[in-house]
Design a protein around this ligand. Structure first.
Ligand SMILES: NC(=O)c1ccc[n+]([C@@H]2O[C@H](COP(=O)([O-])OP(=O)(O)OC[C@H]3O[C@@H](n4cnc5c(N)ncnc54)[C@H](O)[C@@H]3O)[C@@H](O)[C@H]2O)c1
Length: 311
C-alpha cells in the first residue's frame, strides 16, 4: 500500500540501534529519531564508554538532546560494542586484559545483536556512525598494511558485520544508515591511513548490501556523505599544533567553494538521516546521499590563487 504521509513517520515504539558518536552527527540523528518516537539503543566503543556515561550524567549532550515535543532524548540502554570484533573468540588476550575493557563482556557484534534481541525483540533502524584509522595522519603512500587493514576493518567491514548480525533481527521495512566522506571518490589531501579506501568500500558495500539485505530481509541500506564537521574524530585527522587542523581547513574550504556558502550543522545531517530512516524514503536504497552544501559537484576551487581574476 502506498504511503500518503507528508512528513517522516515511524509510528511509536520503533527501536533504533545506533553506534555512538560523542559529539557530532550521530547525537543529532539520535535526537531526531527519538523525537519521531523511536526508542534509542546505543552501542559504545569500550575505550570511551566511561567518558560517554559521565558526559551523559553531567548533561554534556543536553543541548543537542532536546526534543521538539519537549523534554530531552532518553537513551534506553547502552551496550559496550567494539565493531572490530565479530565473535568472542576474535578478541585477543591483550584486549581482554586491557584496563579499558576490564569488567566488560559481550561487546562483540554478534553478542550485542543477541543481547538486543533478548531485550527488545526486533529493531527497525540501524545506524552505523563510527570510523577509526590508526594511521589517518599518514599519507596513503606511507601507510602500513596493518594500518590500512585496521581502517578498513573498523570503518567499512564493521557495517557489513553489523548488517550480517542485525538484519535478521530487523523488521521488514527497516532501514540501515551509515556515514561516509567524499574522500572515497575525490582526493582529499590529509585524509590518510587508508581512510579514503575504507570510505570507498563503505559506499560500494552500501549498494551490494542494499541488494542483498533488500531481497533477503526487506530492509533498506543507505549512506550519507556528510560535509566537514569539527567532531572529536575529525579533529584527530591531522594538523594538531599547527595554525589550523585538517578539519578546520576542510570547513573553511567548503564555506569558500560550495554552491551553498553557509555553515553545515549536525542538524542538516540529522534531518537527512531521519528522512532516510523513515517511511518517506521507502523506495530509496543503495544510495550515497550528499549532505555537504553541494561541495561534491564542484570541479574548480573558487578561492584558488589561479582563479583570482575570474569573474
Ligand atoms: N566529522 C566529519 O566531518 C565527518 C564527515 C563525513 C563523515 N563523517 C563520518 O561520521 C561518522 C561519525 O564520526 P564523527 O566525525 O561524528 O566523529 P565521532 O568521534 O563523534 O565518532 C566516531 C566514533 O567511532 C567510534 N569508534 C571508533 N572505533 C570503534 C570501534 N572499533 N567500535 C565501535 N565504535 C568505534 C568512537 O567511539 C567514536 O564515538 C564516521 O563514520 C565519520 O567518518 C564525519
Amino acid at each position: 500500500m502506498a504511503s500518503t504521509s507528508t512528513r517522516p513517520t515511524f509510528g511509536r515504539n520503533k527501536n533504533a540501534a545506533t553506534t555512538t558518536s560523542l559529539d557530532a552527527y550521530n547525537v543529532d540523528l539520535k535526537g531526531k529519531l527519538a523525537d519521531a518516537g523511536a526508542t534509542i539503543i546505543v552501542g559504545t566503543w569500550p575505550p570511551v564508554l566511561k567518558i560517554f556515561q559521565i558526559g551523559l550524567r553531567k548533561g554534556d549532550f543536553d543541548a543537542d538532546s532536546s526534543l521538539t515535543s519537549g523534554g530531552k532524548m532518553e537513551i534506553d540502554k547502552i551496550y559496550p560494542l567494539d565493531a572490530v570484533f565479530d565473535k568472542p573468540e576474535d578478541v585477543p588476550e591483550e584486549v581482554k586484559n586491557n584496563k579499558r575493557y576490564a569488567g566488560l563482556e559481550g561487546y562483540t557484534i554478534s553478542e550485542v545483536a543477541k543481547q538486543i534481541e533478548a531485550d527488545y525483540g526486533k529493531i527497525d533502524i540501524l545506524v552505523h556512525s563510527l570510523a577509526n584509522g590508526p594511521e589517518v595522519t599518514k599519507p596513503l603512500l606511507e601507510t602500513s598494511r596493518a594500518g590500512y587493514l585496521a581502517a578498513s576493518s573498523a570503518s567499512a567491514y564493521s557495517y557489513v558485520s553489523l548488517l550480517q548480525h542485525f538484519a535478521p533481527i530487523m523488521n521488514e521495512g527497516g532501514s540501515a544508515l551509515s556515514l561516509t566522506y567524499i574522500a572515497s571518490e575525490k582526493v582529499i589531501p590529509g585524509y590518510g591511513g587508508g581512510m579514503s579506501s575504507a570510505k570507498a568500500q563503505l559506499e560500494s558495500d552500501t549498494r551490494t548490501l542494499a541488494f542483498e539485505a533488500g531481497r533477503k530481509h526487506g530492509i533498506r541500506v543507505n549512506t550519507i556523505s556528510a560535509g566537514p564537521l569539527k567532531s572529536r574524530a575529525a579533529s584527530a585527522i591531522g594538523g594538531k599544533g599547527q595554525k589550523k587542523t585538517f578539519i578546520e581547513y576542510a570547513i573553511d574550504y567548503s564555506r569558500a567553494n560550495a554552491p551553498m556558502a553557509q555553515d553545515l550543522y549536525s542538524e542538516d545531517v540529522g534531518n537527512t538521516g531521519l528522512f532516510l530512516c523513515s517511511n518517506m524514503a521507502r523506495a530509496i536504497t543503495g544510495v550515497t546521499m550528499y549532505v555537504d552544501n553541494g561541495l561534491n559537484c564542484m570541479g574548480m576551487a573558487l578561492d584558488a590563487k589561479s582563479m583570482e581574476q575570474a569573474e
